[in-house]
Design a protein around this ligand. Structure first.
Ligand code: FS2
Ligand code: SF4
Length: 554
């Protein structure tokens, strides 16, 4: 196995990447190898999807299926061998169908069909052993000896970034938001990555194209969420449990939470959000509509084994991030959805959550109310735009000196205290914007306000970076300057591949001087970090004191 897609990857003085019997996430070498084969095969399917499009043929099933299958290989998403084998079989069938359709169209139109090389020609028989036998050919650092670590690093930057995009495509698709233009670009890039490009310039171009693609995807995802559930309105959310039967909903898919709320409204069950689901409370058609969505339980993904063990009800993982549920013995009251999988954990297909509701009724539930503690969420696009005139006034009056966007993933490394410390140490005339699960490092703190404008603005999930970008564009417009001339600094915490997609989006929009931490992705070599720094000003975090000094006085 070889994998270095997340921050947890093994890095020692002699080796980089998870490459032994299992990854730090608990992914076995067999699962890792199956995922490599699946990803390589998806690249081959995309080759034929791309060629077929050149002949006027579109295969909607393949368009929709490939991002789902790709998403299943993202960190902490799917550990279920059988499901991965199934995805691979289905992709093989799609590849054969697209190839046949493309070659038939060529024959009909008298065109000589292209024979793409590499991933497109992978021929798999349909059993697991045969799939595993091609893993060495499919491994993501294939060709390392020939091309070296910088080219492999750039290929991984692109591949992992595109994996993050695929995840957002799937989040958008479940809300009926798809785009032919997005599918065409996804196939083009995926197909090219399957051909193992060797030029730095081309790979950097692909990385920027992935960022641009992700911006389009976040835009349609935003439309899907706001069309379905309204524009978020800031709301206070209780972070402590109350007495009663309960269901906990984690992950990013609001539609699953909606089904659960609808199906539990007369059942005497309290529903809680967890992790990235917290911003759901702010949507008019979710948190504002269903009083039995009573609060948020727990914090970010890395604390789930302890928190879920203490949750006396049913738990639903709608998407990432999943950690081994067997260790603490709650696997029998956990349910997975969509692309998430753990062997032996019940996977709910379709819109009927009866099995989850029955389990919640069987479980003990919380016995007592705890003393409430609140956090505020919901400063997404519309709320930010409504606040923009007052914010601009305070900037012009000199009462707001700087905006710090401190967002991204959470994780369990000690160095992540940086993110808590920097917002604590930020001067009182700064406004702190946040998004994604990294907010749990500080969303229980009191930040106060600046003449009525809250100093702490939780924009939403990781995909709500789209809202933060809209605010930045509006501010730049109001001050008649570029985004990079605003008193705004982005400090991103990364853990997995959605964060890579978001970073590429920000870079593709020309946003400069972004700080990233707690450490650099292992696939970014020193040469690549230097090149990215020269191109975009991207830099690693140092200490809160040093960075605040550089940001505010530099
Ligand atoms: Fe957090 Fe995990 Fe949002 Fe990431 S819940 S690190 O996948 O997507 O952020
Ligand atoms: Fe290692 Fe992360 Fe890959 Fe898991 S997902 S094998 S921890 S790099």
């Amino acid at each position: 196995m070889f994998c270095m897609q997340c921050e947890h990857t093994i890095v020692t003085p002699v080796a980089k990447g998870c490459s032994y019997a299992a990854g730090m996430c608990g992914k076995t070498s067999e699962i890792s190898d199956l995922q490599d084969v699946l990803v390589y095969l998806i690249q081959g399917v995309s080759s034929y999807a791309h060629l077929a499009r050149s002949m006027g043929i579109k295969d909607v099933e393949a368009d929709e299926y490939l991002p789902q299958a790709f998403f299943s290989t993202l960190t902490n998403v799917n550990f279920d061998e059988e499901r991965l084998v199934e995805y691979t079989k289905n992709c093989m069938a799609l590849r054969n169908r697209l190839k046949a359709a493309y070659e038939a169209a060529c024959a009909e139109q008298g065109v000589t069909p292209e024979q793409p090389e590499g991933a497109a020609q992978l021929d798999l028989s349909i059993d697991k052993a045969a799939m595993l036998s091609v893993a060495p050919q499919a491994v993501v650092n294939r060709g390392f000896e020939q091309v070296g670590e910088d080219i492999i690093g750039l290929r991984l930057l692109a591949l992992y970034g595109l994996k993050g995009v695929a995840a957002y495509m799937e989040h958008a698709r479940v809300l009926d938001q798809t785009s032919d233009e997005v599918y065409a670009e996804f196939h083009r890039i995926m197909a090219r990555l399957g051909e193992d490009p060797t030029e730095m310039e081309e790979l950097l171009g692909l990385a920027m194209a992935i960022g641009t693609l992700n911006y389009q995807v976040m835009e349609i995802l935003d439309a899907g969420e706001t069309n379905a559930y309204g524009h978020p309105k800031p709301v206070q959310v209780n972070m402590k449990p109350i007495a009663g039967k309960c269901i906990l909903v984690s992950g990013h898919d609001l539609i699953d939470l909606h089904h659960i709320l609808e199906q539990t409204k007369d059942k005497g069950i309290n529903v809680y959000t967890h992790g990235e689901m917290l911003p759901a409370h702010a949507y008019p058609e979710l948190g504002h509509k269903y009083p039995h969505l009573v609060g948020n339980y727990g914090s970010a993904w890395q604390n789930q084994q302890k928190e879920f063990a203490n949750f006396p009800g049913a738990i639903v993982m709608t998407s990432n991030c999943l950690i081994n549920p067997e260790v603490q013995g709650y696997a029998e009251r956990m349910y997975t959805r969509s692309i998430v999988g753990w062997p032996g954990v019940t996977h709910v297909i379709g819109d009927d959550f009866s099995v989850v509701i029955d389990k919640a009724l069987e479980c003990e539930g919380f016995k007592y109310d705890e003393i409430p503690h609140y956090t505020t969420t919901g400063f997404a696009r519309n709320a930010l735009m409504e606040a923009a005139p007052a914010v601009i006034e305070q900037v012009k009056a000199g009462n707001i000196s700087h905006f710090l966007l401190v967002g991204g993933c959470d994780g369990d490394k000690a160095e992540r205290s940086y993110f808590t410390d920097i917002v604590k140490q930020a001067p009182k005339d700064t406004v702190i914007l946040t998004l994604a699960c990294g907010k749990f490092k500080f969303n229980d703190l009191e930040f106060g306000d600046i003449n009525g404008i809250p100093r702490f603005l939780d924009v939403g999930q990781c995909n709500d970076t789209y809202s933060a970008i809209q605010l930045a564009l509006a501010l730049a417009d109001a001050f008649e300057c570029g985004v990079n001339d605003l008193p705004l600094t982005l400090i991103l915490s990364w853990f997995e591949q959605k964060a890579i997609a978001v970073l590429l989006t920000l870079l593709s929009l020309g946003i400069k001087d972004i700080r990233v931490g707690p450490t650099a992705p292992a696939f970014l070599t020193d040469n690549l970090l230097t090149a990215l720094n020269e191109m975009t000003g991207l830099k690693l975090i140092t200490t809160p004191e040093q960075d605040l000094n550089d940001i505010l006085n530099g």
